[in-house]
Design a protein around this ligand. Structure first.
Ligand SMILES: [Zn+2]
Length: 431
């Protein structure tokens, strides 16, 4: 492909508090030049794209993705009931949906079956199916009586977890997943309100010797970890054992917030607010009644999640949007509702929220201590870019409509070729 020169675009670079009129040159799979103003970069040998004042920004990075979750609304074992062959195809469809909505990179926070993420990542990297860059994860490691254990004494039920008990089994199974090719291991260290009958959110469901065994194996093989950690204790255990991505952290104490703040270069927190919001307020049509919402304290849980996100960011912690989309009332593709929650419910500014969704997400995708190559519109970065019809800093909901994506590029290649804005000619000339 010829060099691509974007002119007349409003650039959100992933870092700045606002946008600026600029030009961006893409050569091969990298961003070659980013310049403020007009007619600054030579057009020679380049294909010129007039952005007509639309917003050019880094692709979105989702660091709590479940691409293989099937958008179902029944019991957890409905997910386990899907045969692997159908499940793989469904996962491939979901991957296309994710990139259609501007997600050019996803750090998985658990696959629904052992090899779904691994196979998907390999197919995407080989260019055979469309989808975001992907860090492939294990299913959620869980223990007997942990939050996703739906088995009955007289009958087995698979869900989306990987059950292990005892350090020996944790070691063996983590090694097995390393052999299969995962990038990430997920541990469900705390319970959850959704399973509060037998594994509530304050319960520590993986014991310390099991965490030590799993993390020792993963670290020794260069595999990263993430955890489901609702309770303070589970966050502290994640920190102690170098689990980089901490999901939820809903009941973290002020002391632990400060502790995380002091180690802010080593950890990321994804509160995953969307699932709690959608279950509390929008799931009635799927049989989630007021009693369910009440007995699981979901309204309180959401408000607390917003408060904790504010405290964490104030302490200097990198908090990331997105997470736990993939159920009927919170389906994959609507993940950007989290951006709306971050602005309207948590109170972050739109620019701050988009920095979290791009630059910080890019850092999380790279992993602590590694070279960051995505998440900013910056010279020499990989060309993962989206062009939005409108200004997301004044309307954070723009990402929720696929038609607002005028262009989607990953690694310098088009997933969606540039198209004209849906505004009149007169409006285009205003700039
Ligand atoms: Zn999750």
């Amino acid at each position: 492909m010829k060099n691509q020169l974007y002119t007349n675009v409003s650039v959100f670079d992933g870092v700045s508090k606002g946008t600026y009129l600029g030009e961006v040159l893409i050569q091969g799979n990298r961003i070659k030049a980013v310049v403020k103003g007009k007619n600054q970069i030579s057009k020679e040998g380049a294909e010129v794209i007039d952005g007509q004042g639309s917003t050019l920004m880094p692709g979105l990075v989702n660091c709590h993705g479940h691409i293989s979750y099937p958008n179902l609304g029944g019991s957890l074992s409905d997910i386990g009931d899907i045969p692997p062959e159908e499940h793989m195809l469904l996962t491939v469809h979901n991957a296309k949906t994710m990139i259609d909505y501007g997600f050019t990179a996803v750090v998985s926070a658990a696959a629904a079956k052992p090899r779904l993420d691994i196979v998907l990542r390999n197919e995407i990297e080989a260019g055979r199916v469309p989808g975001p860059r992907l860090r492939a994860c294990t299913p959620q490691f869980n223990t007997t009586a942990g939050p996703w254990d739906a088995r009955q004494l007289h009958m087995d039920h698979a869900t989306f977890d990987e059950i292990a008990d005892g350090p020996i089994e944790f070691r063996r199974k983590v090694r097995m997943y390393i052999r299969e090719g995962v990038d990430m291991v997920k541990l469900s260290i705390s319970g959850d309100n959704f399973s509060r009958e037998f594994a509530g959110e304050q319960d520590t469901t993986i014991s310390e010797d099991e965490i030590a065994a799993a993390t020792e194996v993963a670290h020794s093989r260069g595999v990263r970890l993430c955890s489901h950690s609702r309770s303070d204790q589970s966050v502290l255990l994640s920190m102690k054992y170098g689990i980089e991505i901490i999901h939820h952290a809903t009941h973290i104490s002020d002391r632990t917030v400060e502790k995380l703040g002091r180690k802010s270069s080593k950890f990321f927190v994804c509160p995953a607010l969307g699932i709690t919001y959608a279950t509390a307020y929008e799931a009635q049509d799927w049989g989630v009644d007021a009693d369910y919402v009440e007995t699981r304290y979901l309204v309180r849980e959401f408000e607390l999640g917003c408060k904790i996100a504010r405290k964490l960011v104030a302490a200097g912690v990198k908090v990331l949007p997105f997470g736990d989309y993939g159920v009927a009332w919170n389906p994959l593709g609507t993940d950007s509702r989290d951006l709306e929650h971050f602005v309207n419910q948590v109170g972050f500014s739109p620019a701050q929220t988009l920095t979290m969704a791009t630059k910080w997400g890019g850092e999380c995708y790279a992993g602590v201590g590694n070279t960051v190559e995505i998440g900013e519109v910056k010279e020499d970065y990989l060309a993962d870019l989206i062009m939005i019809d409108g200004d997301p800093l004044s309307d954070i909901t723009l990402f929720q409509d696929q038609d607002n994506f005028l262009m989607i590029m990953k690694n310098g290649e088009y997933h969606k070729k540039p198209r004209n804005r849906r505004i009149s000619r007169k409006q285009r000339q205003v700039r």
